[in-house]
Design a protein around this ligand. Sequence first.
Ligand SMILES: [Zn+2]
Length: 179
Amino acid sequence: MKCDVCRKGEIRTRSRQTYRYKECGLDNVYLLNLEFRVCDACGMKVPRLKKMPELHATIARAVAMQPCPLRGQDIRFLRKQLGYSAKEWATLLRTNASTLSRWENNQQEIGPQSDTLIRLLYFRIRDEKEGTLSKESVATAAAAVSTGCFLDLCVNMNNPSVYSYKLRTPRGTGDLVLT
Ligand SMILES: [Zn+2]
């Protein structure tokens, strides 16, 4: 297949790649065993993202269960995963939209009780919408959150319903490792 960017190169498929999935709005999500389409002439690389609803649901569970405090980008991701506007989500959290905005933009510390409330509400609302009960022990996980831990969230695309955490290395895993 010819590349439709440069119209010169051949498109090849490369499997088992690691990809930093920044497009989801989080800077610490890595997809493992992802397939890429790569042009051998212009260097164009396109990830083949499949099963997106399942992938995003998995990332959301990983975010809500993480043993580190929620960051602004985590709070925004969970809100968007539930499909709420800032105003709707602020109402459910018994706060106002400007406070929520400051949380999401890292301009205000969220505090442990609001951190816990967001995690619990995320799972509760998800369960109500799906009509199924999540198996995660979110209350225990939220109570065990400790400060100063930095994790990467990894999803192996061979099984996008499972996540794992990896301690972030100082130099990071890099944006994209083509092997
Ligand atoms: Zn090309």
